[in-house]
Design a binder for this molecule. Sequence first.
Ligand code: FES
Length: 111
Amino acid sequence: MTFERACSLDEVPTDEALAVTLGRYDVAIARDGDEVFALENTCSHAEVALSEGEVANCQIECWLHGSMFDLRTGKPTNLPATEPVATFPVDVRGTDVYVDTETTLNGVTPA
Ligand code: FES
């Protein structure tokens, strides 16, 4: 695994995601309490940034058509999206958030 520093923990809002570019991927960093998650930052329904939506109850909402994606699994929990987005391993080291974009947790290949 190759973890890269993505941001500091206090840069990640509690109610929305932080967009970062790591390697060749756009990644949305989001949190649910003390847990931090990294998802491919493109909705699986159309090519819009998930980081522009709201985060609540361990889900991120796509602002365009309202699909919610579970931060833990990347799976949509309502229509119109039906396909999951890639989720990346996260390692919080002190106050820094590290993400590995060379592998995915859910087996989804990022676009
Ligand atoms: S573009 Fe995200 S739900 Fe349609």
